[in-house]
Write a protein of this length. Structure first.
Length: 262
């Protein structure tokens, strides 16, 4: 039985696990006949940073591996035939560990990463290279109320900006250090355009800070900012490690596995 390890925690990782366990490509209900992918063992690995994650079907493990060496040991111990890195587009460390572990164990690796957002007419994006650069842009800018949607794990970068008031949204409550003036909304996407409009209005937001995560689940904030004429400080994505194959969709990852196992 082939064994696929999915480094998940994203919508794409969960959807791929669902497709593989069901035995059918995304968007279909019938299992392909004589498909060389099956029978298949599917394990999804979650980082464990969310208290109540939505669990995918198949086997699930929670927690870190102990770096690239720990992941390599797990791949060997559990006879993994293919590794799918479906972590967040900004999970730079985990992606690097996956590339090193896969190369060490000679296990085929695919990076499943949703396409990034593309600005449209009316957008006022201010691209920056990192969270630190985003914090500097806020320090230098004229803004006072910030909708910060870069995730609760990076709040320490903005903790020194005492003159600004931040609105932060996350699944679980943030932990210090974080900015002194902080409003928190606990919620899980996907988010609606109406809801994002109301947040911007209720908290009198005058700038949005986000990462180029891509996908539809959190894209409504960009449309709401566009409608309100607000600037968006956009943190660019890190690059995929050199030589790693990529797929932009769950269907693409499914087909990659089919070709690999043929």
């Amino acid at each position: 039985m082939r064994h696929v390890l999915i480094l998940g925690g994203t919508t794409e990782g969960r959807s791929l696990a669902e497709a593989l366990v069901a035995g059918a490509p995304p968007g279909t209900s019938e299992r392909p006949r004589n498909d060389v992918v099956y029978p298949l063992r599917v394990t999804s690995s979650l980082a464990g940073r969310v208290a109540r994650p939505v669990l995918p079907p198949g086997e699930v493990r929670v927690g870190g591996f102990g770096g690239a060496q720990g992941l390599a040991a797990w791949l060997r111990e559990h006879d993994v035939d293919a590794l799918i890195d479906a972590t967040h587009p900004f999970a730079e460390t985990m992606t690097a560990h996956a590339a090193l572990a896969a190369a060490t164990c000679h296990v085929p690796l695919l990076r499943l990463r949703r396409p990034g957002w593309v600005p449209v007419e009316g957008d006022d994006w201010r691209p920056v290279a990192s969270l630190e650069a985003a914090a500097q842009a806020l320090a230098d800018g004229p803004w006072e109320r910030v909708f910060l949607t870069t995730g609760r794990m990076g709040l320490a970068v903005f903790a020194h900006l005492d003159r600004l008031r931040f609105l932060v949204r996350s699944v679980d409550p943030p932990e210090p250090p974080y900015p002194r003036l902080l409003d928190t909304v606990l919620d899980r996407g996907p988010f609606t355009l109406h809801g994002e409009r109301e947040l911007l209005r209720q908290y009198a937001i005058d700038v949005v800070v986000t990462k180029d995560s891509g996908g539809a689940a959190t894209a409504a904030k960009l449309a709401a900012a566009r409608e309100a004429g607000l600037p968006v400080v956009m943190v660019r994505r890190p690059a995929t490690p050199e030589g790693v194959e990529t797929a932009a969709s769950v269907a693409g990852a499914f087909d990659w596995l089919r070709r690999r196992f043929a």
